[in-house]
Ligand binder design. Structure first.
Ligand SMILES: [Zn+2]
Length: 450
């Protein structure tokens, strides 16, 4: 199959062409469609042609289709990771318990040393990991776009790996707070890349105008960046710190095109402002509970749910705080919620699975294409072995996935009708080569970071 490549991507791409889509019948799986009209089907089929889900039901057949036997597996939509910094995945070897080598100090020192080649290698590594744990859509929160070539490198890697993604074009770690994101280059990426990369979409990642570990951006610069992104019709995303929402609200900048990351430390007035604005929120329990934001308070899932603010899940960084295990992300949110003595709001396993799939798709504006197993949508799905020792026996499949599931149970991963992971391996990329290249880059950066 011929792969479309922009000229800018040609210098990076080194994967073999992605596998063909063809016609597939997934047979006799336990289907968690996450589509309220279809519900769960205890032994059902999914008929897929050219990446589109044609039909779902029990007892379907499809003459001539390739059959994937799904007995003893649970089929569900792939996970949607709504915020992850792919560019620093390869730096995971360099983090230490020494605070100088913690997440923010290290990435601030290493970021300026990363060339487009490092960006390409790290994004490929992160995508390889994401696919192997069942993430089929991710939001590449790119806050080290130092040059246009860095943007091309990340887009090329995403495109090469065959994953569905939003690339949110940010700043460079070496930018002064007065230097704006290159909005003209964002427009170039939109114009040159998107028509040729149907699985990729675009957004803009912003700095906060309040104090933050990476420094804050000048408010005039932020206004200009937001206006530029809105002129291009692109969604916005920003990390949250105390006062960030109040500032956006005061400046009249908050809107339904905003994704706010890290729901910790919001005031009641800020939560009301978020709800009024239609903005969405992404929670990354491994950072919020585990390390970076521990001092700012607890994850405000209950308050946001109470205010009907849309919430979805994310890993944040697989460099310092976690790996991309999305089962752990679901359980992290559950634990963070249950640890709170001041709420009795229920957060059942099935709701967590919705947050990990369909709510993630909605948060990225992709619900017409992915997030549930629904005829007419694209085939982004995973099969999990339900007979593995950590899963069996399974009565309530949704609960088993959330409570007992692990990346080790991932049997097959399909994105847009292409099988990208099967039999414990990536099918369309050389995982050993990806790891070797990432290690070589990590060694080179390690030699320069002190
Ligand atoms: Zn983040």
């Amino acid at each position: 199959m011929k792969r479309d490549r922009t000229p800018a991507a040609a210098g990076f791409s080194r994967n073999p062409p992605l596998p063909g889509r063809g016609e597939v019948l997934i047979r006799s799986g336990h289907l968690l469609t996450m589509d309220p009209k279809l519900g769960d089907i205890a032994a059902g089929e999914i008929h897929i042609r050219d990446g589109e889900i044609l039909a779902i039901g029990a007892g379907l057949s499809a003459a001539g289709a390739r059959v994937i036997e799904a007995r003893d597996t649970i089929a569900l939509p792939g996970f949607v990771d709504t915020h992850i910094h792919l560019w620093n995945a390869f730096l995971r070897a360099l983090f230490r318990d020494d605070p100088r080598f913690g997440y923010f100090p290290l990435t601030q020192r290493a970021g300026p040393l990363c060339d487009p080649e490092e960006a390409y290698r790290s994004v490929r590594l992160a995508c390889a990991e994401a696919l192997s744990v069942g993430i089929t859509t991710l939001h590449d929160w790119a806050h080290n776009v130092r040059t246009p070539a860095h943007a091309d490198a990340e887009m090329a890697a995403l495109s090469d790996m065959g994953i569905r993604a939003r690339f949110s074009y940010g700043w460079g770690t070496d930018f002064a707070p007065t230097r704006a994101i290159d909005v003209a280059d964002v427009a170039r990426v939109q114009r040159d890349w998107l028509p040729r990369a149907p699985l990729l979409s675009l957004g803009v990642a912003l700095r906060t105008a309040v104090a933050m570990e990476r420094g804050s951006v000048a408010i005039e610069v932020l206004r200009e960046e937001i206006a530029g992104a809105r002129r291009l019709g692109l969604p916005l995303t920003m990390h949250m710190r105390p006062g960030a929402v109040a500032t956006l609200e005061k400046e009249g900048l908050l809107g339904p095109d905003f994704q706010l990351v890290h729901p910790v430390g919001f005031t009641a007035a800020e939560i009301a402002a978020i709800a009024r604005s239609g903005a969405k929120v992404s929670t990354s329990p491994s950072s919020e509970v585990g390390s970076m934001q521990r001092t700012a308070g607890y994850v405000q899932f209950a308050e946001l749910a109470q205010a009907d603010v849309p919430i979805a899940l994310s890993t944040d960084t697989t460099g310092s705080s976690c790996n991309a295990d999305f089962f752990a992300v679901m359980r992290g949110v559950m634990t963070a919620h249950r640890l709170r003595p001041d709420t009795s709001m229920a957060l059942p396993a099935r709701r967590l699975l919705e947050l990990a799939t369909i709510e993630g798709a909605r948060q990225l504006g992709l619900e017409a294409h992915t997030g549930s197993l629904t005829p007419g949508k694209r085939a982004d799905l995973i099969l999990l072995r339900s007979t593995d020792p950590n899963m069996a026996p399974v009565f309530d499949a949704a609960r088993s996935v959330v409570i007992s599931g692990s990346p080790a149970n991932v049997h097959t991963v399909m994105v847009d009708g292409r099988i990208l992971f099967a039999g414990g391996k990536l099918t369309a990329a050389d995982a050993d080569e990806i790891a070797r290249e990432a290690a070589a880059s990590a060694r080179a950066i390690a030699a320069k970071v002190h």
